[in-house]
Write a protein that binds this ligand. Structure first.
Ligand SMILES: O=C(CO)[C@H](O)[C@H](O)COP(=O)(O)O
Length: 134
């Protein structure tokens, strides 16, 4: 899959996520070196424009980039810190952008969360009516 990725800082956690994405997917970098609001918006826009299948945004907390991505109409960005939350965001909310904290998630956990998010191919059809109201 094509995954749009942006982070406003680099550390072992962002490197681990990027290494995993590069090994398993095509990585799209719609913006780099900009502020977290710009990075979140750029990733959200890439997803909405069809330049990427999903987006992943990371900042210190994950919250700012999630909010910025969610301002783009059509984006459903979810902040996740464990695999079950990430999987549920895809299954029950049809999230198309994953947001994670680059400060609080250990590298292996961030990769596990990423895998869980990207591992759900279709949302639960029982949630279609709810998702349509988002
Ligand atoms: O977590 C964040 C936003 O939610 C940012 O990463 C954090 O606030 C640092 O930003 P800056 O480098 O602009 O001070």
């Amino acid at each position: 899959m094509r995954i749009a990725f942006a982070a406003d800082d680099e550390n072992e956690t962002t490197k681990a996520v990027l290494d995993y994405l590069a090994a398993e997917h095509e990585v799209v970098r719609p913006a780099q070196g900009e502020s977290w609001p710009q990075l979140g918006a750029a990733v959200g826009q890439a997803v909405v424009d069809g330049d990427a299948d999903f987006g992943i945004v990371m900042c210190w907390t994950g919250t700012g980039t999630a909010i910025a991505a969610n301002k783009v109409p059509g984006v459903r960005a979810a902040l996740a810190w464990e695999a079950w939350i990430a999987e549920g965001a895809r299954k029950w909310n049809d999230a198309n952008v994953l947001a994670m904290s680059l400060k609080r998630l250990a590298p292996d956990v961030a990769v596990e969360v990423t895998k869980a998010f990207l591992g759900v191919s279709e949302p639960d059809p029982d949630e279609a009516a709810n998702i349509a109201q988002l």
